[in-house]
Design a protein around this ligand. Structure first.
Ligand code: UD1
Ligand code: M6R
Length: 371
């Protein structure tokens, strides 16, 4: 049931304030006079000690689920102090990469049925790793076959392009980082700030959804383009990859997410006056580096669309020529949840304007159960 919406993708984008609320329901503890703010993940509480003792945490997934894990990687590294590595499920299988008993392998999948991820799970089980699932589907193969896990509770997602599951996955993995780091006194203030940020997040997502018309106007400008680049780094490298994946899979436009730190190692050669480039430059520890990326792209006459924090337009607009998307600021590690929303809206409107099927892009299936 699409309710007042024309497409499931549109409905699922706009329902994110509610889906995020459901994801967090009963899992955030407000704290009080004698109790610290904390998170409670029922499915993991008996396994946290084992996870904290592991030598490495390996995220395994495909497509959007991989990107969500990539977005959560920095905060998990920071709060756990454990090395976190990333594996695209098919690539891990192709390489038969090493997985050890001392590893915690985290399988991220909306459907819980993706063939590559499921096969990687069998492989990790054979190798003796602790296997944790993060899925949206109760009773799915990944939920059943992992040792423990967390349901993201985002509600049924119908559009082939994953949107609300992505933001809920990031929130669950941020909560996972908080739960693992819970025994560390030195990071308590940081953790409490993130928990406060989680409480405020649905409201901030509601605010960023007000950019709908602005993104539709931007889509009109980009309707006939061949290609779109998205530059990000740090917490928002994942936003660049995920924004590009959305544009590619539904609007059928070539799009590439680029790690801004790699710009001079190749991508800069593509920059000219015609190719549109989205640069994500919201406030975090990488902001000044992104300002310099903007300057260098501008010096090559790049056609820039800069995503920045509200009130920052003047600090990111060199020469006043770029278009700006201003988004509300949240805690740095949660910013990817906000920043992906305008790009989801852009991909959606581009698709409708270009006359393609939003909910069933050609050649794709919601759940990829064959290899
Ligand atoms: C659970 C209940 C929820 C109830 C809550 C109250 C279920 C599915 N969830 O939620 O309805 O309101 O207690 O305390 O009944 N798991 C895996 N792999 C996965 C995902 C989950 O093994 O990929 C396991 C977990 O380890 C856990 C169980 O499935 O044992 C349920 O997980 P989850 O729904 O996340 O747990 P709660 O949030 O505690
Ligand atoms: O169900 P899963 O999360 O395991 O699916 C993984 C990918 O197939 C999926 O995210 C795919 O990339 C989506 N179409 C992206 O929108």
């Amino acid at each position: 049931n699409k309710g007042k919406y024309e497409h499931y993708m549109q409905k699922e984008i706009h329902e994110q304030p509610e889906s995020l609320t459901t994801t967090m329901r009963g899992r955030l503890i407000r704290g009080g006079s004698c109790k610290a703010k904390s998170v409670l993940l029922g499915g993991l509480k008996d396994h946290l000690k084992t996870i904290r003792r592991s030598r490495r945490i390996v995220f395994i997934g495909c497509g959007t689920s991989y990107n969500a894990a990539l977005a959560a990687r920095p905060i998990l590294e920071e709060l756990s102090g454990i090395p976190v590595t990333m594996e695209v499920a098919s690539d891990l299988l192709d390489r038969q990469g090493p997985i050890y008993r001392e590893d915690t392998a985290v399988f991220v999948s909306q459907s819980g049925e993706t063939a590559d991820t499921l096969q990687a799970l069998e492989y990790a089980l054979e190798n003796g790793a602790l296997c944790v699932g993060i899925t949206n589907t109760v009773g799915s193969a990944i939920a059943r076959n992992t040792h423990c896990g967390v349901h993201i509770n985002a509600g049924c997602e119908i559009g082939v392009a994953s949107t609300k599951a992505y933001t809920s996955q990031i929130v669950v993995m941020a909560m996972l980082a908080l739960a693992i780091g819970d025994d560390t006194i030195s990071s308590q203030a940081r953790r409490e700030a993130i928990i406060d940020g989680l409480f405020d997040l649905p409201g901030k997502v509601k605010e960023v959804l007000k950019l709908d018309q602005e993104m539709k106007d931007l889509a009109k400008l980009l309707i006939a383009e061949q290609s779109l680049l998205v530059f990000g780094r740090g917490y928002n490298y994942a936003t660049a990859l995920e924004g590009a994946l959305k544009v590619k899979e539904v609007a059928l436009m070539h799009s590439e997410g680029i790690l801004a730190g790699e710009m001079k190692h190749g991508p800069l050669a593509l920059v000219d006056e015609t190719l549109p480039i989205v640069v994500i430059a919201t406030r975090d520890a990488c902001f000044s580096k992104q300002q310099s990326v903007i300057q260098q792209l501008h010096a090559r006459k790049g056609r820039l669309i800069v995503m920045c924090t509200e009130g920052d337009a003047a600090s990111v607009c060199v020469g006043g020529s770029s278009r700006v998307i201003e988004v509300p600021r949240v805690e740095d590690c949660l910013q990817p949840v906000i920043n992906i929303v305008p790009l989801q809206l852009l991909a959606y409107h581009l698709t409708v304007l270009r006359g393609y099927n939003v909910d069933q892009p050609r050649n794709l299936a919601k759940s990829v159960t064959t290899q």
